[in-house]
Design a protein around this ligand. Structure first.
Ligand SMILES: Nc1ncnc2c1ncn2[C@@H]1O[C@H](COP(=O)(O)OP(=O)(O)O)[C@@H](O)[C@H]1O
Ligand SMILES: [Mg+2]
Length: 371
């Protein structure tokens, strides 16, 4: 006779099964259930009944006929499915599964066990991957076009400049040529932004002082958009930690946000920029496992007209603009750079108070660990 397994080993075993991230269903030769773990109920959208173990699987799982069919084949098929996929139509879920027989010491099948995993998320990820590939090739095309446009545009600028010198006395010609020059400049600026947008972000990560970045960004924003009489206040918390980030690209982020604020304020109003220490809470799935990540929060606020509530979802989309001469790429670039830093950007806006963009950047970016 075999030594009986100790009760504590049994309990240990059942803890293993219940904490598995895979679904497990085991049943005996007579079709009665021996074990169903929590993940299995979860994936099938069922709740555990007090006496499920010991009942026929065809009974307990009757709401999932696809599974009953698979389990029923356990002792009939000569080759049991290994890494097969099954779509649960009612639940709109896909599971990947392996069905194996359980044999006794003589090799006689005494039961079977189904291991499975919810693949729905994997499928969604694959779908996103395909979309990303498609966007990447679109991006390459856009980059190609932008490059091709740069030369003729530069040519137009140079030649219009030359022509201007040839007709110094014609006022009409001068004014037309000035228009041509400014339109060409505008087109060029859009091309440059488009190149920035489609270029994959490659971060040159260094220890970066955000106080420096913010100061530079104010100056750069002034060259992008007229500041007028707008007052800018910058408050950086004393002892703000340096962050691991790309100095140049972070300057772009804040330059774009501040330039947008200048444009929204149209020459009068107030911009407040603040930077404080904070933390990013762990993903709820890991709460208690991972500590919150140290982070820095930078707010760029203005007391301008605000963004209408029905537009806040769209302003980050490439080419979305409400300005006659806007490219609509500023915030799309901002989002791309913030994402590359594993950061977050949120907006809160109301007509009475103005607009606040909040950029949260981890002090050490997670992707940095893998580089
Ligand atoms: N601070 C702000 N206040 C009000 N509206 C804003 C602000 N920042 C951005 N927006 C809105 O978001 C749109 C998109 O901005 P952006 O992507 O920078 O493109 P662009 O500046 O070329 O229009 C702007 O056209 C504007 O409608
Ligand atoms: Mg802009």
């Amino acid at each position: 006779m075999k030594a009986p397994r100790s009760a504590s080993a049994d309990r240990f075993f059942s803890h293993i099964v219940s904490s598995m991230r895979n679904g497990v269903i085991a049943f005996r030769r007579d079709g009665t259930l021996a074990l169903v773990n929590d993940e299995a109920y979860h994936i099938f959208g069922l709740t555990r009944g007090p006496r499920d173990v010991g009942r026929p699987f065809s009974d307990v799982l009757r709401e999932r006929p696809e599974i009953v069919r698979v389990l029923s084949g356990a002792f009939e098929l000569s080759h049991l499915p290994n890494r097969a996929e099954l779509r649960l139509k009612d639940l709109d879920r896909v599971i990947g599964y392996t069905l194996s027989q359980v044999k006794d010491d003589d090799g006689t099948p005494i039961g079977a066990v189904l291991f499975f995993k919810d693949l729905t998320r994997v499928e969604q990820l694959e779908e996103r991957e395909r979309l990303r590939d498609r966007l990447a090739s679109l991006g390459e095309m856009a980059a190609g076009i932008a490059h091709e446009l740069k030369n003729p545009l530069a040519g137009i600028e140079v030649m219009a400049g030359l022509l201007r010198r040839q007709v110094p006395d014609s006022k009409d010609a001068q004014s037309l040529l000035a228009d041509i020059l400014s339109e060409a400049k505008l087109a060029n600026a859009i091309v440059v932004e488009m190149l920035e947008f489609v270029r994959p972000v490659r971060l040159q990560v260094e220890r970066t002082d955000l106080a420096d970045v913010l100061q530079q960004s104010v100056t750069m924003a002034e060259s992008k958009a007229p500041r007028g009489k707008v007052a800018v206040t910058t408050r950086v918390e004393p002892g703000l930690p340096m962050i691991e980030g790309d100095h140049h690209q972070l300057s772009q982020v804040f330059t774009n946000l501040i330039a947008n604020a200048f444009e929204a304020l149209d020459g009068k109003g107030r911009i407040t920029i603040s930077a404080i220490t904070s933390a990013i809470e762990a993903d709820p799935a890991f709460a208690g496992v991972h500590e919150p990540t140290p982070a820095v929060v930078v707010d760029v606020s203005d007391d301008g007209p605000g963004v209408p509530a029905d537009l806040t979802d769209r302003i980050f989309n490439p080419f979305f603009t409400t300005k006659p001469q806007g490219s609509g790429l500023g915030l799309a670039i901002v989002r791309k750079i913030v994402d590359a830093h594993d950061g977050r950007i949120d907006i809160s806006s109301a007509p009475e108070t103005g607009t606040r963009f909040r950029v949260t950047l981890p002090v050490t970016s997670a992707s940095g660990w893998f580089k």
